[in-house]
Design a protein around this ligand. Structure first.
Ligand code: GLY
Length: 440
C-alpha cells in the first residue's frame, strides 16, 4: 500500500515508524513523507511540499498513485486537505474541514456534545469581557479559559488566579472574531482515548495518559504534552466500553446526522471526575505525545486499519492486537519552552540512547544543519561539509521505551534521557508515575 503521510513532527515520526514496523510481506507499506524531519526522512521518499495547501497535497497523491493519505496534524485538516484528497478519489485518513471543527472550535464541540448527550463540563461561550466576568462568577475558581480557535497547544489556561484568567480571555478576544469558552473545572485523573471512526463504526485504541504541565507534580505552565505512558493500571474496568458507548459513538452518530460524517481519529480527552467520566476536549487527530506510546504497543498492521477507517470498512476488519508490554515516552524540550525558544543547539547521544534495550528516539523538533568548510580552514577532521543535529522546535525529542512493565520502561527511558544532551534541555522526571490514591 502506498501511503502519503502529511506532517513532520513527533506524532508523524511515531506514525511513520509504526506504519513501517507493522508492514507485512503480504501487504508492504511504501511511504511518501513530508521532508524535514531527520527521523522521518529515511523511512520513505521525502518530498518538500506545503501541507496546508489542499490542492498541492491532492496533486502529489494523484501523481504518485497513492492508495491512502494520512494527515497527522490538525492544521491541514482544518485547511481542507482531506476534502481535496477525497475529491480526487483517493482514500484519506482524517476528517473533512467541516468535521475538523470538533477541534477547531471549542464552542462547536460543546454544541455537538450537548446535542449528542455527551457528558462534559458546563460552559459559556463568550465574546465580550462582560460575558467572561459573568461566567467567572457563575462557575467560580479554578478558572478554565479556552481559546475558541486553534492555538497550537497554547489555548487553554487553568488557574485560580482571576487576573491570569482575565488576561488570557482578553488576549483571545482581542483577535478579530475572537471568542473564549469558560468552563467548569473537572477534577480527577485524565485519560486520552483515541477512537478510529469510518463515519459510523468506532474502534478504540489503548488508553494513555499525557502529562500536560511543564514541571514535575503537574506544576508550571500548560504545554503540548511533556510525556505519556500506557497501559493505565489504575483505570477502572469497563472504561473503554463506556467511552465508546457514551462518548465516541453518540458523537460520530451526531456528526453523521448533521451531514458532516467524521472519518479519522476522534481523540477523546477525558477526566474521571467524582461525578463520572466527562469529556475535557475533542481533537480530530492522533495526540502528541500519546501516539508515541500507544502505537508502540500495536502488534497488528497499522496501514490496513487506517485504510479501513478511510474507506468505511472498519466493521469488516479484525480488531487491532495489542502487546501487554508497557511504553513510556519522555519529551525533551528546548530552553524557554513553552515560551520563547532557544534553538540551534547541538544534540548528542541519540545513538547511545538507542543502544539501550527497548529504547528509540522520536524526532519532534530537530533538524540537520549542514555546514561547509570556509576559505580559512576546514571543518574538524578536514571535511568539506558536515551535518550537525540541532534543536529547531519547542519539543525536541520524545525518548520512548517499551518493556514488560511500566517500571522497566521508565527505568530504560530515563537512562536514555541521561545519554542525550543539548544546551538548556528541559524534561520532567515523573513521567509514568501516578498518585498513590489511584492504586494498582
Ligand atoms: N497531548 C495533547 C494533544 O495532542 O493535544
Amino acid at each position: 500500500m502506498k501511503v502519503l503521510l502529511v506532517g513532520n513532527g513527533g506524532r508523524e515520526h511515531a506514525l511513520a515508524r509504526a506504519l513501517v514496523r507493522t508492514s507485512t510481506t503480504e501487504s508492504p507499506v511504501e511511504l511518501i513523507v513530508q521532508a524535514g524531519n531527520p527521523g522521518i526522512d529515511p523511512l520513505g521518499e521525502a518530498l518538500v511540499f506545503d501541507p496546508l495547501n489542499p490542492e498541492v497535497v491532492a496533486d502529489i497523491a494523484r501523481s504518485r498513485s497513492v492508495d491512502l493519505v494520512v494527515v497527522g496534524p490538525e492544521a491541514p485538516l482544518v485547511a481542507g486537505v482531506a476534502d481535496a484528497v477525497r475529491a480526487a478519489g483517493i482514500a484519506c485518513f482524517g476528517p473533512d474541514k467541516a468535521a475538523a471543527q470538533l477541534e477547531a472550535s471549542k464552542s462547536f464541540a460543546k454544541d455537538v456534545m450537548n446535542e449528542a448527550g455527551v457528558a462534559t463540563a458546563r460552559s459559556f461561550t463568550c465574546t465580550t469581557m462582560e460575558q467572561v466576568e459573568a461566567a467567572f462568577t457563575d462557575l467560580g475558581a479554578p478558572h478554565v479559559v479556552k481559546d475558541d480557535a486553534l492555538a497550537a497547544g497554547k489555548g487553554v489556561v487553568v488557574t485560580t488566579d482571576c487576573e491570569v484568567a482575565r488576561a488570557h480571555a482578553a488576549s483571545c478576544l482581542s483577535r478579530p472574531g475572537g471568542a473564549v469558552v469558560i468552563e467548569d473545572y473537572l477534577d480527577g485523573p485524565e485519560v486520552s482515548l483515541f477512537c478510529l471512526s469510518d463515519g459510523s463504526t468506532v474502534v478504540p485504541l489503548v488508553p494513555a495518559q499525557d502529562f500536560k504541565r511543564l514541571l514535575d507534580d503537574g506544576q508550571g505552565p500548560n504545554t503540548g504534552g511533556m510525556g505519556a505512558y500506557t497501559p493505565l493500571p489504575w483505570m477502572p474496568e469497563g472504561l473503554i466500553d463506556e467511552v465508546v458507548a457514551d462518548v465516541a459513538l453518540p458523537t460520530i452518530t451526531r456528526m453523521a446526522q448533521r451531514g458532516t460524517p467524521f472519518i479519522g481519529l476522534l481523540y477523546c480527552g477525558l477526566a474521571l471526575t467524582s461525578r463520572g467520566t466527562r469529556v475535557v476536549e475533542f481533537n480530530v487527530r492522533f495526540g502528541d505525545p500519546e501516539t508515541q506510546v500507544v502505537l508502540e504497543r500495536l502488534d497488528s498492521p497499522l496501514a490496513p486499519l487506517l485504510y479501513a477507517a478511510a474507506t468505511g470498512t472498519l466493521a469488516h476488519l479484525e480488531t487491532p492486537r495489542w502487546s501487554p508490554d508497557a511504553a513510556v515516552t519522555v519529551v525533551m524540550a528546548s530552553a524557554g519552552y513553552p515560551g520563547a525558544l532557544s534553538t540551534g543547539k547541538t544534540i548528542t547521544g541519540i545513538d547511545a540512547a538507542e543502544r539501550i534495550d527497548g529504547v528509540h528516539v522520536i524526532h519532534a523538533g530537530t533538524r540537520l544543519l549542514v555546514e561547509s568548510a570556509d576559505e580559512d580552514g576546514g571543518l574538524p577532521g578536514g571535511d568539506q561539509e558536515a551535518a550537525r543535529l540541532v534543536n529547531s522546535g519547542g519539543r525536541v525529542v520524545d525518548v520512548t521505551a517499551r518493556a514488560a512493565s511500566i517500571d522497566a520502561a521508565r527505568d530504560a527511558v530515563y537512562q536514555a534521557v541521561g545519554a542525550i544532551h543539548f544546551e538548556g534541555a528541559q524534561y520532567r522526571s515523573d513521567i509514568g508515575t501516578w498518585p498513590d490514591h489511584l492504586g494498582a
